[in-house]
Design a protein around this ligand. Structure first.
Ligand code: BF8
Ligand code: SF4
Length: 622
């Protein structure tokens, strides 16, 4: 029963048993060992921002109500939340910066193997950024665009360039509140400053800056990550693939890429197709080289190359327990520091690739734009050698077939599926065939039964004719549950079913990795433009039923600040401040036309969302 309670997935259950048999400790075991977790921290009431502390506030009002410096519950909760946003925004944005570096190097001819796959998008970005194109070659333009993007990170701007994509009404809302994002790094840096002891001690002002910091991610760092990835690796188009641990093949060399940034995984993808290396694999007795993904770098490869996905966040250790992974390459974010040691149970070669992300028991092989092509070849060759060292007694091949899925729904792909404009989608929303659209996104968290939150919520939404778009680990959960094939239309309500059948699309559209949440907001902004209204007027919502990461906090905040009602499954550490809970879950509605809700039960979360969608439709006279 314990295993049943941990995950709804079949492959998850099977390999939880296998892991136990192999003596492999998993994230669930460590979660259990941490019980009970600190109640002060859960409520956001502990502070260690300075060395007069650490301090904690008694939520029952009996013990201390102020830290040593005098900070009360509101200030402490707001500061802690602010720092979570800053960390999340920094992670996405630094990932974006790494792509800008590659773009520049491509332009300078210093990144062999990389190239410009979408000159169209490069030119579009150039005009958006005000970069002169006058007869510039794609390479010269890449350098100029990279320079302009570097400026987005800095302190010289009054507003980020991509704020221009936001409907005017929304821009006015931001101006009025003073939350228009200026520089990407600036907002994060300013958040760290404001939350230092003795700086911003007005919890409302701290939270407003939190929204600005999150907007610098959503309309800045993440957006840059997505757009530059599209320029370098191509704009995703609908593609068929497969998902779950069964994508690992007993008779092939299995290379798994895990992390977020496509810079490394795209090079590995190229090397895995090298005829010489394929021949080497054959000589070693393998039927081929099988590349599979985990988490968001997996989503990046899936979206553009149709590479299959082995699993989402909570499956990363279990993927190792198949004994079939010959090499796992990681870049950064969401890579549990336990993975290196877990792999020692098997023959798996664990390789870290980024200067800024090191892990115990992993070999570090640093990727740079200059050496990436060669290093990727070397590593694929080493993976082939690793294949010959599999430990048969440790191998368990997952029985059955992987689940089929479709991905690749960039905004461009959706618009083209609709016949060239967003018009038919707007018509379907107006007629009520589609009641609204919801982004179901985010992580897994051992506090929530693995994939249960995502699948339950999403199933209920599509049954009620709500189109779901997804990213990240939520997207992988939905795919495993079979919701991402056109035939899944039968699980949708009659209206949505009809639309999906007419277009040949699933009722749940995969829009990419977590930085690709910006695609969802691009689409929302386009719909608002088309209707001459604000994003907050549309029948849209977002949900993160199983979120765990600081990045998810930043995403949720830019979602709400952009005008999208957002329901969180896992409670954020804010409940120590009733003032802040009220502001975030009620008062923001007046300020932004959107607010947060916290609802761990995914069925109830779906009902909250449906209610909100009905209200928005009614206000639009639909
Ligand atoms: O950026 S959904 S667990 S893998 S944080 Fe991480 Fe969460 Fe997965 Fe991707 Ni996003
Ligand atoms: Fe305590 Fe204030 Fe220092 Fe926080 S900043 S640790 S509340 S003294």
């Amino acid at each position: 029963e314990e295993i049943q309670a941990r995950t709804i997935t079949e492959d998850g259950r099977l390999f939880l048993q296998k892991a136990a048999q192999d003596g492999l400790e998993t994230v669930w075991d460590r979660y259990q060992a941490q019980q009970p977790q600190c109640g002060f921290c859960e409520l956001g009431l502990s502070c260690r921002n300075c060395s007069m502390g650490p301090c904690r506030i008694d939520p029952f009002g009996e013990g201390p109500q102020r830290g040593v410096c005098g900070a009360d519950a509101d200030i402490i909760v707001a500061r802690n939340l602010g720092r979570m946003i800053a960390a999340g925004a920094a992670s996405h944005s630094d990932h974006g910066r790494d792509l800008v570096e590659v773009l520049r190097k491509v332009g300078e001819g210093k990144a062999p193997g990389y190239g410009i796959q979408s000159e169209e998008k490069l030119r579009k970005l150039a005009s958006e950024l005000g970069v002169a194109q006058d007869g510039k070659s794609a390479e010269a333009l890449a350098v100029a665009v990279a320079e302009a993007l570097e400026e987005e990170f800095g302190t010289r701007k009054k507003a980020l360039a991509f704020v221009g994509r936001v409907p005017e009404k929304r821009r006015k809302v931001w101006e009025k509140l003073g939350i228009t994002p200026r520089g990407i790094d600036r907002e994060t840096s300013e958040m760290m400053h404001r939350t230092h002891m003795g700086v911003d001690n007005d919890w409302k002002s701290l939270l407003l800056h939190g929204l600005r910091n999150a907007l610098s991610d959503g309309w800045g760092g993440s957006l840059i990550a997505t757009e530059v990835s599209d320029i370098l690796f191509g704009v995703p188009k609908p593609v068929a693939s497969e998902v779950n641990l069964r994508v690992l093949k007993e008779d092939q060399v299995n290379i798994v890429v895990h992390g977020h940034n496509p810079i490394v995984s795209e090079m590995i993808f190229q090397a895995a197709q090298d005829p010489e290396l394929l021949q080497l694999a054959e000589e070693k007795g393998a039927q081929g080289i099988n590349l599979a993904g985990l988490c968001c770098t997996g989503n990046e490869l899936l979206m553009r190359r149709g590479i299959p996905i082995a699993g989402n966040h909570l499956m990363t250790e279990l993927a190792l327990s198949t004994g079939l992974v010959d090499m796992m390459l990681v870049d950064y974010q969401c890579i549990m520091p336990a993975l290196g040691e877990a792999a020692r149970c098997y023959h798996t070669r664990m390789v870290s690739t980024s200067d800024k992300a090191r892990y115990p028991f992993m070999e570090h092989r640093e990727f740079r734009p200059e050496n990436a092509r060669q290093l990727a070849r070397d590593l694929v060759q080493e993976a082939v050698e690793s294949y010959t060292r599999r430990i048969p007694a440790k191998v368990l091949s997952p029985p059955g077939d992987a689940v089929k899925m479709m991905a690749g729904f960039s905004v461009e792909a959706i618009v083209s599926a609709l016949g060239g404009s967003a018009g038919p989608l707007i018509d379907a929303i107006k007629s009520g065939a589609i009641q609204g659209a919801v982004g179901v996104v985010g992580c897994n968290n051992p506090k929530i039964r693995h994939d249960y939150g995502h699948v339950t919520l999403t199933t209920r939404l599509i049954q009620n004719d709500v189109l779901v778009v997804d990213t990240g680990c939520a997207a992988v959960a939905h795919a495993k549950a079979g919701l991402k094939v056109p035939e899944a239309a039968e699980k949708a309500g009659p209206g949505l079913q009809q639309v999906c059948r007419a277009l040949g699309i699933p009722p749940v559209l995969h829009m990419g990795s977590c930085v690709d949440n910006v695609r969802i907001f691009d689409l929302a902004a386009a719909l608002a433009h088309a209707l001459g209204t604000d994003i907050s007027d549309l029948p849209l919502a977002a949900a993160a039923p199983e979120w765990y990461s600081e990045k998810a906090v930043s995403i949720a905040c830019y979602a709400v600040a952009s005008g999208v009602y957002t329901v969180l499954g896992t409670p954020p550490p804010i409940f120590g401040s009733p003032n802040i809970v009220k502001l975030l879950t009620e008062d923001l509605d007046d300020l932004l036309g959107a607010s947060f809700a916290v609802e761990p039960d995914p069925t109830k979360a779906a009902d909250l969302i449906l209610e909100r969608i009905r209200a928005k439709r009614a206000a639009l006279g639909l």
